[in-house]
Design a protein around this ligand. Structure first.
Ligand code: AMP
Ligand code: ZN
Length: 471
């Protein structure tokens, strides 16, 4: 089956065909974090979504080059640098470090390249120079350089393909220098912002005035440098479609670096937003969670990743703490099944079950239908448990089931339960309890069970004897 993905450009589900004539290499760009604070779980929904896309492409045999930029100069960052009286690098380094730690705790594969905007000022300047040479950009009397949407449209290109823009109802011709302008306004947006006193030490020399880049041009410059002027996939949260991605298209295609007939980006994917307890996430409502807030409540990165991956990426998803509890239970069901399989496999090796993996793959090939994929996983868990209960899985069949899970988990990334390291003291108490049972000294066996419980371990009796887990 071919891979089908919704493309925001055409507003339809399209077959995904890479630009690479060999059909193998795929360039994937995802707008990364603005490092002015800890990322919230809404941001994480988008980054986990981009990890799912990358992992599934790799599962399908594509060779992916995954780029995620770090926006480390931007309006909000500069404001905070001023407020905290630190240097730009000192300020952003803290949140950048936290971002990478959290990326790891959510088991996202590190993108191959994570360029920082501040390290691409030369590329940004040369892109702006090209736009000026093509008369699509101009330096205004305020010293900043703007992109002219009107000139771009007059050059025969269309602006507003990702979102349906009604130009009549808008106010074209104005200029805005803030990075995220009002959605109703179509304004010339800043490519280079002239230095103002509030910027402090955050500025670079340029052919125009000293200043700094606008947010939109950062992504155009870095994505085209690292993936070429025309690449396969561009991702972000739905709020980025306009103006950010629309402006990326205008800048990148305006510079006309693509081979004839090729677009800047072939396929645009946008992830829907995450709501919290049915409402928009906001600090004032107190429903604003960062990953560390949830970890402090005792949840693991694995549980949070699982929950973020349960809904289809184009559906708004409602995050609740109850949902996170339910995620924990679902993972426990998988873990229990895998623990039993490990015992039954006794180290044997075998190939995955092609039909189970095939159904899983077919679900995701259908515009990443993750709900259907999970449905298949839990049908498989139920069936495997049934066969384990009736003792009809030999070591090779159990090993094959473990390989089946490993294959599916290469996409899902929720992992397997850790092999529990039982301290020697606990292991010998368990052994003593087994011996007491065998000697039919049930009083002593119960006392040992109680002693283990007091130390935080519970015994599970299985047909093959007792085992302990943390209680
Ligand atoms: P930012 O750090 O603000 O540039 O955002 C990083 C990414 O998170 C962008 O792709 C946003 O579209 C995305 N994002 C922001 N809020 C949410 C949300 N509530 N749900 C899902 N994604 C979000
Ligand atoms: Zn971007």
């Amino acid at each position: 089956m071919s891979l089908k993905l919704f493309n925001t450009l055409s507003r339809s589900v399209e077959e995904f065909v890479p630009l690479d004539p060999a059909g193998r290499s795929v360039g994937l760009y995802c707008c990364g974090p603005t490092v002015y604070d800890f990322a919230h779980i809404g941001n994480w929904r988008t980054f986990v979504f981009s990890d799912l896309v990358r992992r599934f492409l790799e599962f399908r045999g594509f060779s992916v080059r995954h780029v995620m930029n770090i926006t480390d100069v931007e309006d909000k960052i500069i404001r905070r640098v001023r407020e905290t009286n630190t240097s730009l690098r000192e300020f952003t380094a803290r949140f950048e470090r936290a971002f990478f730690e959290e990326l790891k705790s959510l088991n996202c594969l590190p993108p191959h390249l994570t360029p920082r905007a501040t390290e691409h000022i030369n590329e940004i300047i040369s892109l702006i120079e090209k736009l000026i040479a093509r008369r699509l950009a101009y330096q205004a009397p305020d010293g900043s350089v703007y992109f002219s949407i009107e000139k771009y449209r007059n050059s025969g290109r269309s602006y507003g393909r990702l979102v349906r823009l009604n130009f009549e109802a808008m106010r074209p011709g104005q200029r805005v220098s803030n990075d995220e302008y009002e959605k109703e306004a179509v304004a010339d947006f800043a490519l280079w912002k002239r230095r103002v006193p509030e910027d402090g030490a955050v500025f670079w020399p340029s052919p125009w005035d000293e200043g700094r880049p606008g947010w939109h041009i950062e992504c155009s410059a870095m994505s085209m440098k690292l993936l070429g002027p025309s690449f396969d996939l561009h991702l972000g949260g739905e709020d980025l479609a306009f103006p950010h991605h629309e402006d990326e298209i205008a800048q990148s295609e305006g510079a006309d670096l693509q081979p004839p007939g090729q677009p800047f980006v072939k396929h645009w994917l946008h992830g829907a937003h995450l709501l919290v307890e049915g409402r928009k996430m906001s600090k004032s409502l107190g429903n604003y969670f960062t990953l560390r807030d949830l970890v402090a409540k005792g949840f693991s990165g694995r549980e949070i990743r699982y929950l973020l991956l349960t809904a289809h990426y184009r559906e708004t998803f409602n995050f609740t703490l109850d949902g996170l509890q339910a995620a924990r239970q679902s993972l426990q069901r998988i873990d229990e099944c895998l623990t039993k399989l490990r015992e039954a496999a006794r180290g044997a090796q075998a190939e995955p079950d092609a039909s189970v993996v095939g159904r899983f793959s077919a679900a995701l090939e259908d515009d990443l239908n993750v709900s259907a994929a999970w449905g298949g996983v839990f049908d498989w868990v139920r069936e495997t448990n049934r066969r384990l209960a009736e003792n009809s899985l030999d070591a090779v069949a159990a090993a094959s089931a473990l390989a089946t899970w490993a294959r599916m988990d290469s996409v899902l990334g929720v992992g397997a339960p850790p092999q529990i390291d039982v301290p020697p003291e606990i292991a010998s108490l368990l052994q003593a309890r087994q011996a007491a049972r065998q000697a039919r000294d049930f009083k002593r066996a119960d006392a040992l069970r109680a002693e283990l419980k007091a130390k935080g371990w519970v015994i599970e009796d299985t047909p093959k004897g007792g085992r302990v887990k943390r209680g």
